[in-house]
Design a protein around this ligand. Sequence first.
Ligand code: OOG
Ligand code: NI
Length: 452
Amino acid sequence: MPSFVSPDEIRTRFSQAMSAMYQQEVPQYGELLDLVAEVNQAVLTADPALAEQLASNGELERLGLERHGAIRVGKPDELFMLRRLFTVMGMSAVGYYDLSVAGVPVHSTAFRPVSSDALSRNPFRVFTSLLRLELIDDPELRERAADILEHRDIFTPGARRLIDKAERAGGLSDEEADRFVHESLETFRWHRSATVDRATYQVLHEAHRLVADVVCFKGPHINHLTPRTLDIDAVQQGMPARGITPKATIEGPPRRRCPLLLRQTSFKALEEPIMFQAPSFHAQTSETSGSHTARFGEIEARGAALTPKGRALYDRLLEQACTATGGDYESALARAFEAFPDQLETMRREGLAYFRYRRTDPQAPIDPAETLDALIARGAVEATPLIYEDFLPVSAAGIFQSNLDGDNRAHYTANANREAFEQALGGPVLDEFTLYGETEARSIAALACAAG
Ligand code: OOG
Ligand code: NI
């Protein structure tokens, strides 16, 4: 047997290489990392119990690692190839997100590790969006965009060869894995020169800023990376003092004793200099220098994964906060979420969140007749919430929107097209609820097994 590097290890090498590249490309992101590290350190110092808990779960060493990044691609076969590329790193497509409802002409999935083991080794995910050219009204422009995309290949020949190799052989050697990381990184790199002239960029930009971002460049530059923070409110407040402009509000649920799902915030995308291709003879201007706004930095804080019932309640309360009139958004959000139980045991008993069940003393016998609730009540079994590993469409739309001018908000009739997305992907996306449900069920099965 040849010895292969594990997909988890390849993912770790890849996310580290990506982080180094992005810090070089976007210095403000390095500044954000610095701030996050400072805030995390302050939280750990102030809360030794938390520090101990993170240390005992082996989470302390990984605290500074990126949790996710995002890219946007333009054509179905790019998404198809990405699925193959991410498979080499042990990442599968989980979830379907329709962002057309929020005026963003894309639909998306998250490539991420799936098993608890793989997630704990390295949780790196990539939120991946596919442009929906069919949502552009002007047929001529649509065709023009499709034609430009047709002429690009976002993957290097080396990356394609190594992906083939990994599929055929079932893995990559140490040296191949390094080359794979190096070659794959090229797909995510920023290119200062657009593949089109200024006039073309401008019409696409007018159709929608995202269309220009996806269509006019050689590749789908990574548009942000996101570390984990132990106090997202503190980082949000600390950004301006470091010359970083945060988006107006934190997306997701409010601050709570028992954190829910995902809270995230970002700094506004930077205006970066780019070069256009020389225009054709008839162009009105021959100016080739310009600027483009796409890349930013984000932070996240994760909490409990909710069941469909809990999620429905979350969605309803969020909607309530968004449509509330009078007062500021933060207080409306806090008020709305008073209706969501903020005690783990209540959340568990009401079936609002998923949990992992563990015996507190693996030696103590369990009576098979005893119910799970009784075991928990007498402290023989402990229930800890599963952490949410996915994304939230309303939050994602908020992150997208914070980087689009107010006037760039398009109105599409909501029309999810999961079928077309999965066809491009080359297979179905996994269902997040099923994954959490299975993890919970496995932990219960282990208890049943212990009880004979
Ligand atoms: C992706 C925005 C969504 C998140 O964390 O929800 C996102 C993008 O701007 O391409 O990254
Ligand atoms: Ni993000």
